[in-house]
Design a protein around this ligand. Sequence first.
Ligand code: SF4
Length: 288
Amino acid sequence: MANPKRAYSENVSGTFFVDDTCIDCDLCRQIAPAVFTEDDDHSIVYRQPETPIEAHRAAMALVACPTGSIGTRSKIDIKTAAAAYPELIEENVYFCGFASPNSYGAASYIILRPEGNVLIDSPRFARTLVGRLEELGGVSLMVFSHRDDVADHEKFHEHFECRRIVHRADSRGINAEELIDGQDLLALDKDLLVVPVPGHTRGHIVLLYRDKYLFTGDHLAWSDSRRGLIAFRDVAWYSWPEQTKSMKRLLDLRFQWVLPGHGRRGHQSEELMHQKLKECIEWMKNRT
Ligand code: SF4
């Protein structure tokens, strides 16, 4: 619960505020850009919501915030905001909201499939979200992009009795039912392809769904400011040269969406994504 006594003085006065527990995960700025902005190394409220839609988006940000750093000085409709997750991205692909501090506020996603729903990385195990996932058919499979974004996976596994898949090199401390070995591409089903991409961590993978949606964990993200794809040199925990090499593997894939754990989502034509990926690789080569 955010504490108004610890609210940043840079927040504009009004209902919503951010307190000093913010970890700068960026989610609120993505969900409600009309209300939240970055200030140094944290978020603040730079403008109070002026319409019901803006108020709803700000409340959704409050629900998604991993650290409970967003508060309000008067009562707002949290119930409707919480029930808005999972939030449709496109077709049958959804953003879960409800981020966990244990994965540093990483975004997680669910694909609703007749063959069984797939949860990519772990959201917070929140009662409202779990109830919504039950209504949507539960979770059959959890796929982890890497070791940092597994958050409440044990609770999801126990509740939904879902299988969990992670690369062996990132599996320490995670009792996954299935481990991915080596660097070969692995088809989990006709529409789901795992591509190992060591770099951010040794066992990082990305998941391609229907040659359209690429779930990228912390390997690759979209940058609004650069209008292109980016990788994060400062958090390449395993190896930046390896991450650069891994990035080249993605040139053989077709996709229109980049759906990361951290960073912004990107949606472009296949051709433009391919072009942006080539530019990203060139940029990475020059950042040793
Ligand atoms: S969602 Fe919460 S932790 Fe993340 S940037 Fe916003 S206020 Fe900070």
